[in-house]
Design a protein around this ligand. Sequence first.
Ligand code: 5GP
Ligand code: MN
Length: 347
Amino acid sequence: MSEKAMLLSGWADEAGVITAVCHARPDGDAAGCVTAVVSYLRECRGKDAVMILPESVPETLGFVFGGNTPLTASSEPQAARDRLARTDLLICLDFNTFSRTEGLEDALRSCPGRKVLIDHHEAPDIQSFDLCFSDTQVSSACELLYRLLLEMPDIRGDASRLPALAAAALMTGMTTDTNNFANSVFPGTLQMASELLAAGVDRKAIIDHLYFCERPNRLAAQGEMLSQRMKLLPCGAAVTVLRKDFFERHALLDGETEGFVNLPLTVAQVRLSILAREEDGRFRVSVRSKAGVSARELATGFLHGGGHEQASGGKILIPEDVPSPADAEAWLESVTARFMREKYSVQ
Ligand code: 5GP
Ligand code: MN
């Protein structure tokens, strides 16, 4: 057992109230790792452990929580604040700075308990935490947490000792963050998958939930996006802007455009895909790239965001970046073309 894992284990023993938290707009990795750590702490250590999500997850991801209901700060802000104010041990997962939790940032910073970070993004804000487990050479926060849980004295390297819910949640988060083993797969990722499978995780059920439970609306929206909204630029980038009317026309639910940004990358000459979704007063932007082009540099340099080398995100602000939503597409195309020209010398 590493010294850091021992320290964390001791802090868990000492803590009365433990809270796990992830980033805003939680994805499969975020929801998976908060579920797994809370399930482990409750079932194996008998702790009072609760997960707080800054916002709810898309309906299709709800299965990951099993019987455990998270406390969602956007719908129960006071309950979330009260819990954080009496938390002895705060476990922060799948984000590198408190600002990624958006509305929860202040409450997290002022939490009186010890603060632990378990994350796989670059440049963690280590000053804000008492203990950091940070590694970018893993598929997901779930993979990093899996390694850490295996070190715990009651698990002792045997994945079959993990609660079934924790094991399934870890498999889920790893699966979504790798886009089902398409990106960020390391030897340890496959080892984790193998061990969890051997421990009895029902991977088929997870895949069914994640990829075979869509509504037809999503498919129709994908058709419109690919045939009418996506612009292939000569510089090897694809730019897609989805305005509010698009979401209304297809009656899309929260999170139903998840994965759309990956589609343009199936085209050979596309090395960078940017997808902007209109919200009130801004656009949320997802950026994905093939090796050799940095999604992160585009997100950091132009979109008030960041993330991983090949998968990043950010925002287009109105009126700071563009005077009105109607101007977003032209602006994004010109910023992207400039980025590709200046950074990679392509016209
Ligand atoms: P997605 O496109 O799936 O929303 O985000 C992909 C990745 O980009 C996330 O896992 C996260 O690392 C990063 N990311 C997304 N949005 C933001 C943002 O607003 N700020 C920063 N710093 N990173 C972001
Ligand atoms: Mn992640």
